[in-house]
Design a binder for this molecule. Structure first.
Ligand SMILES: Cc1cc2nc3c(=O)[nH]c(=O)nc-3n(C[C@H](O)[C@H](O)[C@H](O)COP(=O)(O)OP(=O)(O)OC[C@H]3O[C@@H](n4cnc5c(N)ncnc54)[C@H](O)[C@@H]3O)c2cc1C
Length: 221
């Protein structure tokens, strides 16, 4: 026998979301997928005065959005040093600044719409397990500090003192890291988008998108 258990971060907010009953015959824009990307898109389209329709084949906010770690990390998934090598210094600084602005926007949005998603600006510690990782972390930290990006490097002694664990070779402390429950954020944004006249429909699968002389025809189940 299989027992379905609902994750506590989905319950009850994600489950009480009310989808529309009827599909609109015509829409300004159709957004396929109702999780963080789709609901954000619908929110901003409706903010601009359009009436988008979101079609989601499952429930809102399950999938990757409903089960991820909820870490809002500044920068990209590359280290600062790797990013500079791949994209150059100006691009890398612009990317870091973009995520800083995104974090501010996220805070403004959750305040404006009273979205309870447990957004907290905590700190993040990236831990190096090997001397090679420690060296790479140190080089990245030094590069960041020389360009005014806030970060702190802990050598082996400091990381041992701060974590009470002797297994790590070094660490980098990012003071601007944030955490939240993305599933709760998506439900809050979806409700805000609905208030701005977005239509959100769950349990509707898009089966085909056909280009017409003007616009597109969307075929659903
Ligand atoms: C275990 C895990 C941990 C993670 N941790 C983090 C983290 O800490 N920080 C971070 O920033 N990122 C993290 N991520 C990545 C993050 O979760 C994803 O990048 C993000 O959720 C992607 O959102 P999305 O809306 O683009 O896609 P999804 O959440 O996958 O949503 C796509 C939606 O489109 C719908 N769809 C697809 N095709 C159709 C169709 N034909 N008709 C109707 N609907 C359709 C799907 O049903 C789905 O709901 C993690 C991911 C995982 C799996």
């Amino acid at each position: 026998m299989t027992t379905r258990v609902v994750s506590f971060w989905l319950n009850p907010q994600a489950l009480c979301f009310q989808s529309e009953q009827e599909l609109l015959p015509v829409a300004d824009a159709v957004v396929i997928g109702g999780r963080i990307t789709g609901i954000s898109t619908a929110y901003w389209l409706s903010h601009l005065g359009l009436r988008p329709v979101v079609l989601e084949r499952g429930e809102l906010s399950c999938g990757a959005t409903g089960r991820n770690g909820g870490h809002f990390v500044f920068g990209t998934n590359q280290s600062f040093k790797d990013s500079v090598e791949a994209h150059g210094l100006d691009e890398t600084l612009a990317l870091w600044d973009f995520t800083r602005q995104s974090a501010q926007l996220l805070q403004d949005l959750t305040n404006q719409h009273n979205i309870d998603c447990d957004l907290r600006f905590n700190q993040l510690v990236s831990l190096a397990m090997t001397p090679a990782e420690a060296q790479s972390l140190q080089e990245s930290c030094e590069l960041m500090m020389s360009h005014g990006v806030a970060v702190k490097y802990w050598d082996k002694k400091e990381v041992e003192h701060n974590t009470q664990c002797s297994n790590f070779s070094a660490a980098a402390l990012d003071p601007h890291h944030a955490q939240l429950w993305p599933a709760k954020l998506v439900i809050g944004l979806a409700k805000a988008a609905q208030q701005q006249q977005a239509h959100i429909q769950t349990k509707v699968e898009v089966q085909a998108v056909t280009r017409q002389a003007e616009g597109f025809t969307i075929t659903t189940n």
